[in-house]
Design a protein around this ligand. Structure first.
Ligand SMILES: [Zn+2]
Length: 497
């Protein structure tokens, strides 16, 4: 295959060296090998149809030979599809490629009679993935079955891991069965809940509308959580690049990201969304009162965005980030000063006021140019040449963030020689699972159930470990959240004293 074709494959992220071409061919071959069939039962529930469809959305972007063996009407969904056939037609699909020795793989979603290689089931919180038929199924979820969606995302992760391990990436496959839950994130079925009060209205502020933010809003729209969402981002959707990384996107997604997401949330009566096509700092500066009496969801994976979120001191903050196949979710509460905020772990990385200088040092670009790029200018070929590293032409026209942390929800495959940089393959299932956990946190808050008081980290080269940890607050006292005056102010804004 000519290098130009390899370089325009939307799944790959390669610089264009000759040695990469051989490696990239191997990668595309490995992605063409699994022939994945997603199947369901004759009487699949609406939640099962949606979970099977979402799994198809994750896999068809990466594996060209993916099929969804279900049909019928779909309930309202973030992809705006009326039927399964409509859903499939709207998905960005990996470029077709035959394979001489295909590996057949069947994934069963929900109560399926037919034989499969992986069986998935779940309810609102519990996710079950198994290599053998399930003897019992959880009762159907009542609030959108995010646990079932997590189960299908984890089954998709098994397909990705198998393909990547064929390419020498170290992975830990599922052995027999995994039971995990989104309520306390332990490796067991979700504990019984006793909530009886109606779901509470949630005020939400989404700072960032990229692959994580859009996945979280899509996942939230699968639930019946009532609320209002302010969505702040100034980026445009890039139809040549984003669809393969954004599980919630379709072939017709275009325009500003915030307007796309507001339109996505539109058909769901419980949730109203308001787009703000603005830079985060500008939106924050224009507000007439301090704080945010609700939950800020920060999915901009940049230290200065974390700092802006710490500065905002929303009542609750959920911060999510992705590195390669690893994802992190951190929840904090402004009025609980014993908790680390999402910026605390980054304080030591750099003095926030010297952020531009740090980026300048990392990238070799002049500080003035870094500031322009942080203000929204797009990368040019001259910028890439100035970095002195291997030039990835696909970064031309992209955002500065893409240069700083290039491995964003992408699996990095080992390089084949010292000359070639590693090839990266997009991994939308990582964004989707992270979006599901963000939505679960908001849903739990709405239902009055215990929320994450800690940090959840999952490395999808393996499996969820069933543990959360508690990051230490910044001990140097330099983090904005450590300032006693600001802590007192937050307590008065939220009437916590
Ligand atoms: Zn802090």
């Amino acid at each position: 295959m000519p290098m130009s074709e390899l370089m325009t494959d939307p799944r790959l992220h390669i610089a264009g060296t000759a040695s990469e071409a051989i490696h990239a061919e191997r990668v595309l071959d490995a992605l063409a090998q699994p022939h994945v069939t997603i199947s369901g039962g004759q009487a699949s529930s609406d939640d099962e149809l949606l979970a099977a469809s979402a799994l198809y959305a994750l896999l068809c972007r990466i594996f060209p030979n993916t099929s969804l063996e279900l049909d019928g009407a779909l309930p309202p969904n973030p992809w705006g599809a009326d039927t399964i056939a409509d859903f499939v037609a709207k998905q960005p699909s990996a470029p077709a490629r035959p394979h001489e020795t295909p590996r057949e793989l069947v994934i069963a979603v929900g109560r399926c009679a037919g034989p499969a290689d992986l069986y998935t089931a779940g309810d609102d919180w519990t996710a079950i993935v198994s290599r053998s038929p399930l003897s019992a199924f959880p009762a159907p979820g009542k609030h959108g079955s995010l646990g079932l969606h997590a189960a299908t995302a984890l089954a998709g992760s098994e397909v990705v891991k198998q393909a990547l391990s064929d390419l020498d990436l170290q992975t830990v496959p599922l052995e027999a069965e995994l039971i995990w839950n989104l309520l306390d994130y332990r490796l067991q079925a979700a504990p019984a809940t006793t909530h009886t009060s109606p779901a509470m209205h949630q005020r939400l502020l989404f700072l960032g509308a990229g692959s994580l933010g859009s996945s979280a809003i899509a996942a939230l729209s699968l639930t019946d959580t009532p609320g209002s969402i302010e969505i702040v981002d100034h980026d445009e959707f890039d139809p040549s690049h984003n669809p393969f990384r954004y599980p919630a996107a379709t072939t017709v997604t275009d325009g500003s990201k915030v307007h796309w997401l507001a339109a996505m949330a539109g058909p769901f009566p419980a949730m109203g969304a308001h787009p703000h096509n603005q830079k985060l700092q500008d939106w924050l500066a224009e507000r007439d009162s301090p704080g945010f009496d609700g939950t800020a969801v920060v999915t901009v994976d940049r230290v200065d965005a974390r700092r802006d979120a710490a500065d905002l001191m929303a009542r609750h903050t959920i911060a999510a980030g992705v590195r390669g196949l690893a994802t992190e979710l951190h929840r904090s509460t402004a009025i609980d000063s014993s908790m680390a905020c999402s910026y605390c772990p980054h304080v030591d990385v750099a003095d926030p006021y010297d952020q531009v200088d740090v980026y300048a040092e990392v990238t070799n670009l002049p500080a003035a140019r870094v500031q322009e790029l942080l203000d929204g200018a797009r990368l040019t070929l001259a910028d890439l040449e100035a970095t002195g590293g291997p030039i990835d032409h696909r970064l031309v026209g992209r955002r500065f963030e893409d240069l700083v942390r290039a491995a964003y929800a992408e699996a990095t495959l080992p390089a084949t020689s010292d000359q070639s940089i590693p090839i990266r393959v997009s991994a939308p299932h990582v964004s989707w699972l992270t979006g599901l956990t963000i939505a679960a946190e908001i849903q739990k808050q709405s239902l009055g159930l215990p929320t994450l008081q800690r940090r959840l980290r999952i490395d999808l080269r393996g499996l969820p470990l069933g543990i959360t940890d508690r990051p230490e607050p910044d001990l140097t006292g330099r983090c904005l959240c450590r300032n006693p005056v600001r802590q007192a102010a937050a307590r008065s804004w939220y009437h916590a004293d």
